[in-house]
Design a protein around this ligand. Sequence first.
Ligand code: PNW
Length: 446
Amino acid sequence: MSHDTTTGWPKDFVWGVSTSSYQIEGAAQEDGRAPSIWDTRCRLGKIANGDSGDVACDHYHRYREDVALMKELGIDAYRFSVAWPRVLPKGKGAVNFKGLEFYDRLIDELLANDIEPWLCLYHWDLPQALHDIGGWAVRDSVGWFEDYATLLARRYGDRVKKWITFNEFSVFTLFGYAIDWSAPGITDRDTHLKAIHHVNLAHGAAVDVIRAHVPGAVIGAVHNRQAVWPEHGKEENKHAAALLDEHWNRAFPDPQLLGYYPPMLGQAIEPYVQAGDMARICRPLDFFGLNHYGPIFAKVDDNPNSTWGFAWGEAPADADKSELGWAIFPDAFRDELIDLTHRYKLPIYVTENGCGGGDTVDENGQVIDNHRVTYLKRYTASMHEAIEKGADVRGYFVWSLLDNFEWGSGYGPRFGLVHVDYETQKRTKKASFDWYANLIKSTHGA
Ligand code: PNW
């Protein structure tokens, strides 16, 4: 069914794009930036093709050109993250002013172009120096994050009003502390459980200091959420799917917004919870940031030594998939937006949605990414349908502006509306860029 998405969007609907520091900035050793756990993971050779974020999109030097692209795209808002080890090389203590000044320049450039900055404090690049003294596995991390949040709130709060504490809590904790797919690459049940609880506490502490230091702050957190289905629809995988659902979809939003952990996870986390913790985690928020790509699949963990009770499953062979193999299921996005509205009762901003895969460049240098245009059309239509059905969605950010460092997969998968030639750093707009620019223009005109 075709769906007219040029009209019917809520008034002042926010259109944007998202990026993150380690994935685009480069300049990894410049102006006093110290290593994060992702620099370390790259050094260990754990990334496809031996890639690293050392240079990435060189956004640190090319941010003006990138903001000009955003302006041309016509977006209202830009979500980016601050690299903690750029502004606090040891994670705490001495401030690196050259690092702070980079984000001053970026924020000022955005504002000069009428693009609202949405600042995310943490998109996975924990300072290595903090990991070396325990990282998220120790309770001191709550205080480190609180101080870091205070520094940013005081520095940028005059110009930045939209604040996000963390990006995708459950991806970086599960993949980093349970499954070795992310930094720091630990696979230990107790460490994982402690990390979940400390990150939740750090979130709550940051909300309070941002609120205290930034007049008129609009504060949220960004959660990845998507349906978890039992692999091959099999009965034996149902329990694994329920467990993964708790870890993936509820481990952070439930305590932060409802005040309690989901039941199975809650039991396991109990030993680490101190009196007063749940009230520290559950602080008033202004919006729910949703990152959504497609459904995921769970299966029983057949490793006899495993203590998690679930393993990552595969999408059905006949499912509609992106070039990366991720399942495409726009109706699940619509349902998720409606469910979220009822479950957490906050305005929703879709802070990431997008499509990974390759692109072809034709003889005229045109970048053809029709698969991405099709994906974005289908997902924005589902979001439109959700809004008609009562979902309280206020904005949408495409992942991503630029092709960039796709974590463990390196530079292979491309997610950008803009193609990046990593040899020359030349930016080339793709078909999806023009499609998105047109959508924004038509809705602003409406
Ligand atoms: C998000 N999954 O990560 C991140 O926020 C981005 O930094 C990343 O580049 C983007 O999505 C594309 O991958 C995810 O396994 C990683 O379902 C993994 C999953 C989902 C999101």
